[in-house]
Design a protein around this ligand. Structure first.
Ligand SMILES: Cc1cc2nc3c(=O)[nH]c(=O)nc-3n(C[C@H](O)[C@H](O)[C@H](O)COP(=O)(O)O)c2cc1C
Length: 269
């Protein structure tokens, strides 16, 4: 190659390199009061390569569980946005925003509500992840959809705090599923039928330690897939002596492992 052409080739390569935009990044933003959601956020950051950002309250919540319940209950009921110390974020710089929170009263905690209203999510891809005692993925996702009607929610991941040991694999499976376009969670179940003795045995095993939910199973739908049997139990639940409400329990049984309670969701009547 003549030296003149060689120089031109080098120059054009350099120009291309200068014009190239940085690769789009992912943001993993989360609120966590007692550290469980923080652990989950770290897994999402590791597995997506995303940047971590913690939502921090201007005035922290008190230390005791009872005091947090007393302070946050009215905030949630009234839809208050608790002030946070995070400045608004330029979300345009990110490809996907992974938003994590603990389920509080079946919905997102007030500081997360504040983050959602302080930032421009228009046209963004958002993935939700949460931790909980017994459930609330669906109800909290509905709350986020209401707050961000223009935003694409690509999927919602949830795990009970007591099952965090399984989180690395479950997050990997969830992210792999998202890459393949996600799946319809409601597909493939048989029509609801009365609860048979074999279902009852699975129900009892999966709900050990959830006595406070006072669950009475009414009907069950079953889906069999290679390696996994999923059951949705429609139950009556009178939590902490309150009025009985209908709830849906998702119970999973993988291979030879014991069945476990994946989540509890209130049925909207
Ligand atoms: C104020 C408050 C409300 C809660 N409400 C629910 C709830 O509605 N459903 C549920 O399953 N767990 C509920 N929990 C339990 C938390 O979601 C669960 O312990 C979570 O893993 C805590 O995450 P963190 O350690 O990141 O704060 C609540 C906890 C608190 C403090």
């Amino acid at each position: 190659m003549k030296p003149r052409y060689f120089l031109l080739a080098v120059l054009s390569l350099l120009l291309c390199a200068c014009n190239r935009k940085p690769a789009p990044r992912d943001l993993v933003v989360y609120f966590s009061l007692t550290g469980t959601t923080e652990q989950l956020a770290q897994l999402f950051a590791e597995q997506t390569g995303g940047e971590l950002l913690q939502i921090a309250c201007e005035t922290p919540y008190p230390d005791s569980f009872e005091a947090v319940i007393a302070e946050s209950g009215p905030e949630v009921k009234e839809g208050t946005c608790r002030p946070i110390s995070n400045a608004p974020v330029d979300l345009d710089a990110y490809r996907t925003v992974y938003l994590g929170y603990p389920v509080w009263f079946g919905t997102v905690p007030p500081p997360v509500r504040t983050f959602l209203s302080n930032n421009d999510f228009g046209g963004k891809n958002v993935v939700l992840f949460c931790t909980y005692g017994s459930g609330g993925v669906k109800s909290s996702t509905r709350a986020v959809v209401k707050l961000l009607p223009e935003t694409r929610i690509l999927g919602s991941f949830g795990i009970a705090a007591r099952r965090m040991a399984y989180a690395p694999q479950e997050v990997a499976d969830f992210l792999g599923g998202l890459e393949n376009g996600g799946s319809d969670d409601a597909e493939g179940y048989c029509e609801p039928r009365p609860v048979a003795d074999s279902d009852m045995a699975v129900f009892r095993k999966a709900t050990e330690g959830y006595d406070y939910l006072n669950l009475v199973p009414l009907m069950v739908s079953v889906r069999e897939e290679p390696g996994t049997c999923s059951r949705i139990f429609v139950c009556e639940s009178s939590m902490r002596g309150g009025e009985p409400r209908k709830v849906e329990l998702l119970v999973l049984q993988k291979g030879e492992e014991d069945p476990y309670l994946q989540s509890v969701e209130h049925i909207q009547e």
